[in-house]
Design a binder for this molecule. Structure first.
Ligand code: MG
Length: 212
């Protein structure tokens, strides 16, 4: 069913490792404490500012840059203090990725540093041909068209021959419109087909093993 796919586009957080991981908690804490410090407020205040920034600018990083003076590397400094050892190797996922025909890219709203740390811990680095991060996207995140177009252009991806995996359904609407096969990674049965070129999967290895 995915026989003509030659490019595999993978989100990182909550897609290549499960939602609810201790890493997600650290990410949220890191972003909130950075915002709290930068804006001189407490955590509840930071949460309010974050939701305003995300609503207006797509990510808090972009919002903080456009409305203030913070440098992206300074904003992302909390990543250097995160404990990535809370996630471990995923040999089942590594095994199926290795056998996928064609190229495999990580397309993330996170940073390249964060992606590299996560891929290393999961044991997936050697199976990934490239990472498109939030800085490569000039801070414009998924689901904006500018981000998707920059990603497709960067790696010369033909939407009709690519499949994109993401835990946020909102990130998959535009890719589907552009002709990509989409796989919404979320809890439930191991996998199911929702419509033509639209899938839902809870378990990536079993989905890929059964359908590629
Ligand atoms: Mg995600």
């Amino acid at each position: 069913m995915l026989a003509d796919i030659d490019t595999w586009v993978l989100d990182l957080d909550n897609t290549l490792y499960p939602a609810g991981s201790a890493l997600a908690v650290q990410l949220t804490d890191g972003i909130l404490s950075t915002i709290a410090e930068y804006y001189g407020t407490d955590v509840p205040g930071a949460r309010r500012i974050q939701s305003e920034l995300v609503a207006e600018y797509g990510t808090s990083l972009r919002g903080a840059m456009l409305t203030g003076t913070i440098d992206p590397h300074e904003f992302l400094g909390f990543e250097r203090r995160m404990d990535y050892s809370v996630i471990g190797p995923d040999p089942a996922l590594a095994g199926v990725l290795e056998e996928l025909p064609g190229r495999r890219y990580v397309y993330t709203n996170g940073s390249a540093y964060h992606a590299e740390q996560v891929l290393t811990r999961l044991g997936l680095t050697e199976h990934i041909d490239g990472v498109f991060d939030i800085l490569a996207g000039e801070l414009i995140p998924k689901p904006y068209a500018e981000s998707l177009d920059a990603f497709l252009a960067r790696f010369g991806v033909d939407p009709a021959r690519s499949a994109m995996f993401d835990d946020l359904e909102v990130n998959l609407a535009l890719p589907h419109e552009r002709g990509m096969t989409t796989v919404w990674v979320t809890a439930g049965t191991p996998y199911e087909q929702l419509a033509e070129r639209r899938w839902r999967a809870a378990d990536l290895p079993s989905f890929l093993r059964a359908n590629v």
